[in-house]
Design a protein around this ligand. Structure first.
Ligand SMILES: Nc1ncnc2c1ncn2[C@@H]1O[C@H](COP(=O)(O)OP(=O)(O)OP(=O)(O)O)[C@@H](O)[C@H]1O
Ligand SMILES: [Mg+2]
Length: 387
């Protein structure tokens, strides 16, 4: 398996970055540091960019104090995630496949291969993996601020909500990560599970995309889409993909638009019905504000009015373009990065009163070829009926 990772790493990187995109590549110093963090002579991938260590299960049990419950950071579809410390002192997050869960070997291979091949400051780094007997474990860099979801929803007493500048920084960084997948990786990668829970934050709130277990290689050659069974998370799934299984990069654009709406409003992408209210999805709720153009009314109450109205309007207009029903009229992620950089420049005067008129200054080109589609099948994480 290690040899397979090494071979693919050389192939993919040899082909990558041919499109001259605006998305940053990591500084050489960072690559150097990663390769030197491999502590001993065990086999690793040959390139510093693809350094990923092959751990034994025993090593990871020792790094996590035998997977001690108090060090459990959380649990998702793949299994539990533990905080651990390697003998080098490096703090890591150790994700252990639940052998009785819904995900399995396929997601493990997809996630490990893609993270070995891809490299960008806004993607989580894979430190290594373990395929020991039946055990499948992934080892990542530890991101001390956890997921974005934990900072915008259900914030308990004594915890501060994210300020507006941090929200803009997170949106822009995460957009760069997704633009890298769509426009610099070759062939392009469709994440398929873009949501606030899969954006992790480091100690300085730099965002990193995570969870590539259900990602797909995008359309190649004359293909306009990839046909696959519908997978993803309620509230984030693009309507055309949910209805037909036709997957394109524009499906991720839709999901990322929902993340922007979460950042703006503090509301969840989807709230199931409870005894007190009916179920509600964020996108139709947000569309009512588009009609009036008064986006400041959408703002998360936790911001307590401390945001740039112009910046918020710009981000809301961008988000509404991303969640358009027709994928051809959604922007590409490169366009989204450019639009979010305009939001950053509008964020300087916090408290300003000037309101952008609904989208007047923000024009973007209309869709690309990779967004029309057809139908098909694959494997599921969570079936989505509609959004
Ligand atoms: N590299 C990491 N550093 C710090 N915390 C992490 C890291 N990776 C995951 N976590 C935390 O572990 C928890 C579980 O993450 P995981 O990605 O397995 O599940 P999820 O995102 O909640 O659900 P899903 O399976 O839908 O992705 C989350 O709370 C996440 O914040
Ligand atoms: Mg996750």
């Amino acid at each position: 398996m290690v040899k397979c990772f090494a071979f693919l790493g050389r192939w993919y990187i040899g082909r990558g970055s041919r499109r001259g995109s605006k998305v940053e590549s990591p500084p050489p110093a960072q690559e150097q540091q990663r390769s030197s963090s491999v502590p001993d002579g065990r086999e690793t991938t040959s390139s510093a960019r693809t350094a990923a260590r092959n751990f034994s299960f025993r090593e990871l049990a020792s790094a996590t104090n035998n997977f001690r419950e108090v060090d459990c950071l959380g649990e998702g579809g793949f299994g539990k995630v533990y905080k651990g410390r390697l003998p080098t002192g490096e703090i890591v997050a150790v994700k252990v496949l639940n052998l009785h869960g819904v995900q399995g070997h396929r997601e493990f291979i997809t996630e490990a291969l893609l993270l070995v091949l891809l490299n960008h400051p806004n993607l989580v780094k894979l430190i290594g993996y373990c395929a020991d007997g039946d055990q499948r474990v992934l080892v990542y860099e530890y991101l001390s601020n956890g997921s974005l979801e934990n900072h915008i929803h259900d914030i308990g007493p004594g915890r501060d909500s994210l300020d507006w500048e941090s929200r803009v920084k997170i949106a822009t960084g995460a957009a760069k990560g997704l633009a890298y997948l769509h426009h610099s990786a070759d062939p392009c990668v469709i994440h398929r599970d873009m949501k606030s829970g899969n954006i992790l934050l480091d100690e300085n709130f730099n965002p990193k995309l995570s969870d590539f277990g259900i990602a797909k290689i995008g359309p190649v050659g004359n293909q306009t889409h990839v046909s696959t069974r519908v997978m993803g998370t309620y509230g984030y799934c693009a309507p055309e993909y949910a209805m037909t299984g036709q997957l394109t990069t524009k499906s991720d654009v839709y999901s990322f638009g929902v993340v922007l709406l979460e950042l703006i409003t503090g509301r969840k992408a989807y709230e199931p019905a409870s005894s007190r209210r009916r179920d509600s999805a964020l996108v139709p709720w947000a569309k009512q504000f588009q009609r009036s153009g008064w986006f400041a009314a959408m703002a998360d109450p936790a911001l307590q009015g401390r945001f740039s109205k112009r910046g918020l309007s710009r981000m809301a207009i961008t988000a509404m373009k991303m969640v358009r029903e027709d994928p051809r009229f959604r922007p590409t992620m490169l366009e989204v990065v450019a639009l979010l950089e305009l939001v950053s420049s509008a964020s300087d005067g916090v408290g300003e009163d000037a309101e952008d008129e609904a989208g007047s200054s923000l024009s973007i080109s209309r869709g690309c070829r990779s967004c029309s589609g057809a139908a098909g099948s694959g494997r599921d994480k969570e079936m989505v009926s509609s959004t």
